[in-house]
Design a binder for this molecule. Structure first.
Ligand code: ADP
Ligand code: ASP
Ligand code: MG
Length: 402
């Protein structure tokens, strides 16, 4: 069997954890399996590198930030190969360049285009454990580009798909996928199985246990995932295709604090204005989420929308630069907001779900700024300070806990 195992930052945070991972990989190897290990940077390395960059140049280019961040994973893979070798099993570390992990050129948010298999195959033939850097690819300029925060999961899935692996296991610091972040909602329940679609929604709405692109890719290539703890032997959660059921099932609650609200005030109330505003942002790669348009007055209207907090400065700059062409009178923003979402199949065909969520928020004294719904989710924008409390309240109201 060929097994891909991915370990996140906290699973390789120090010497003891590195050896714990090394031993688990060797155990698999000694059963006669081929083992590919994908690693994140140790502990909080990626954040620390970003702080270092900020000290030197707060406006550093995304290219240089990627060049810096990719060093984190290079440290962990080389140390892991050394740890495995020291235990008497041959191992080799490889970065994205050496493997041939080809990606698009968008620094900080690259997507894989193609993964070469020859080098990994070659090393496996020599019965080595192959340890590969997560989170990075090489673009057409032969530069490193990162896949977005949490992207190592996607590296694991991309390799599992390219190599036709028999299993892809994501090891992390919790025992699987829960009905809510177990660090915020202590009685959240571990799910034995979750469908790709529901997992994709949860991940896209802030459940960072899996990078959303990893789920997208796993679904596309039919890679079954197992999410489990690197610290114990519990079963974990299987992410796979699950047949749609008639009954509505709420799969969980997710929150995203990486959210800001932008309002453009007094824009012309005529066709094409919204198009121009959102097209201008889209062209610069800024993703807009919940949108709310207020009723116009004196031929003008206000439009509010959310963007990721990381994109806020750029969004404000772009809007300001184009203020006249976009007919904007004023631009306002608020960055201490968060999204809270409830996810499950068949939301819209089950009346009362939204009411139940709003009731829970009302009882918790939480004010709602914006609302957005779809067949598989209801999302509200609320104050960041309220979001943990609100998550517990909504999770409880739907009886999702243990
Ligand atoms: P890693 O470094 O292993 O990639 P992450 O920090 O990226 O780990 O993801 C694991 C974290 O995701 C958990 O520690 C947990 O706080 C958080 N999380 C958020 N939502 C969920 C959820 N629904 N189920 C499990 N964990 C969740
Ligand atoms: N080290 C990267 C990050 O912190 C990638 C990852 O952990 O998946 O975002
Ligand atoms: Mg992660």
């Amino acid at each position: 069997m060929l097994i891909v195992k991915k370990f996140g930052g906290s699973s390789v945070a120090d010497r003891e954890r590195i050896f714990n991972v090394a031993e688990r990989c060797i155990e698999e190897y000694k059963k006669g399996n081929d083992v590919i290990v994908v690693l994140s940077a140790m502990g909080d390395t990626t954040d620390e590198l970003l702080w270092k960059a900020k000290e030197i140049n707060p406006n550093a280019s995304k290219r240089e930030l990627d060049m810096l961040m990719t060093t984190g994973e290079q440290v962990s893979v080389s140390l892991m190969a050394m740890a495995i070798s020291s235990l008497g099993v041959p191992a080799v570390s490889l970065n994205a360049y050496q493997v041939g992990m080809h990606c698009t050129s968008v620094y900080g948010n690259a997507r894989f285009k193609r993964v070469d298999t020859e080098r990994i195959q070659h090393e496996l033939q020599y019965r080595k454990i192959v340890v590969v850097t997560g989170f990075q690819g090489v673009n057409k300029y032969e530069d490193y580009a990162t896949l977005g925060r949490g992207g190592s999961d996607t590296t694991a899935v991309a390799i599992a798909a390219a190599m036709h692996a028999d299993a892809c296991e994501i090891y992390t610091d919790v025992e699987g996928v829960y009905t809510a972040d177990p660090r915020i909602v202590p009685n959240a329940k571990k799910l034995d199985v979750i469908s790709y679609d529901e997992m994709l929604e949860l991940a896209s709405l802030g459940a960072k246990v899996l990078h959303n692109r990893s789920v997208e890719m796993a679904k596309k290539y039919g890679v079954q995932l197992v999410v489990r703890s690197s610290l114990n032997r519990e079963e974990g959660t299987v992410v796979k295709e699950v047949k749609k059921m008639e009954k509505m099932i709420i799969s969980g609650v997710a929150s995203d604090k990486n959210t800001s609200r932008v309002s453009v005030i007094g824009v012309d109330d005529k066709p094409g204005v919204a198009f121009k505003i959102f097209n201008t942002l889209a062209k610069k790669g800024i993703n807009v989420d919940i949108i709310l348009q207020s009723v116009g007055r004196e031929g003008t209207k206000d439009i509010s929308f959310t963007v990721a907090q990381d994109d806020l400065d750029e969004a404000l700059r772009i809007l300001d630069e184009n203020k006249e062409t976009l007919t904007i009178q004023d631009i306002k923003h608020k960055d201490n907001v968060a999204k809270l979402s409830i996810v499950g199949a068949g939301m819209m065909s089950n009346p009362g779900v939204a009411a139940k969520m709003f009731e829970a928020l009302f009882n918790a004294g939480v004010n709602i700024n914006m609302i957005s719904t779809s067949e598989v989710r209801i999302t509200v924008l609320i104050d960041e300070n309220d979001v943990d409390r609100a998550m517990v309240a909504v999770h409880d109201r739907f009886g999702l806990g243990d």
